[in-house]
Design a protein around this ligand. Structure first.
Ligand code: SF4
Ligand code: SF4
Length: 97
């Protein structure tokens, strides 16, 4: 299995690298006006959202399904746009954080 540190952000220009420990304190979730919501029934556990999130806000639960850390998710929508089965939708979220 490929480890997270081997694939995150590799070759992706323009996306800032935020280490998990730093991201925890930045609370970028307050920037958010939309939040990602995942439909477990549609998710095929491909991990693409987990790989592409620039904030390291996507974790995997014990069954391999993605879960979002809304403290640091800034609502960019990259996860939803790239989900191959449209299992993530962006919902209005004016409160952030
Ligand atoms: S909306 Fe952006 S920051 Fe939030 S989980 Fe998806 S890719 Fe990460
Ligand atoms: S990109 Fe979509 S299908 Fe793949 S793990 Fe994320 S939610 Fe599931």
């Amino acid at each position: 299995m490929i480890e997270e540190h081997q694939i995150k952000y590799r070759g992706v220009k323009g996306i800032p690298i935020i280490k998990a420990e730093e991201a925890k304190t930045l609370k970028t979730g307050v920037w958010r006006t939309f939040k990602p919501v995942r439909d477990k029934k549609k998710c095929i556990k491909c991990r693409l959202c987990w790989q592409l999130c620039p904030e390291n806000a996507v974790k995997l639960d014990k069954d391999g399904y993605p879960i979002f850390n809304y403290d640091i998710c800034k609502g960019c929508g990259i996860c939803a746009k790239n989900c191959p089965v449209k299992a993530i939708v962006m919902e209005r979220d004016l409160h952030g954080g």
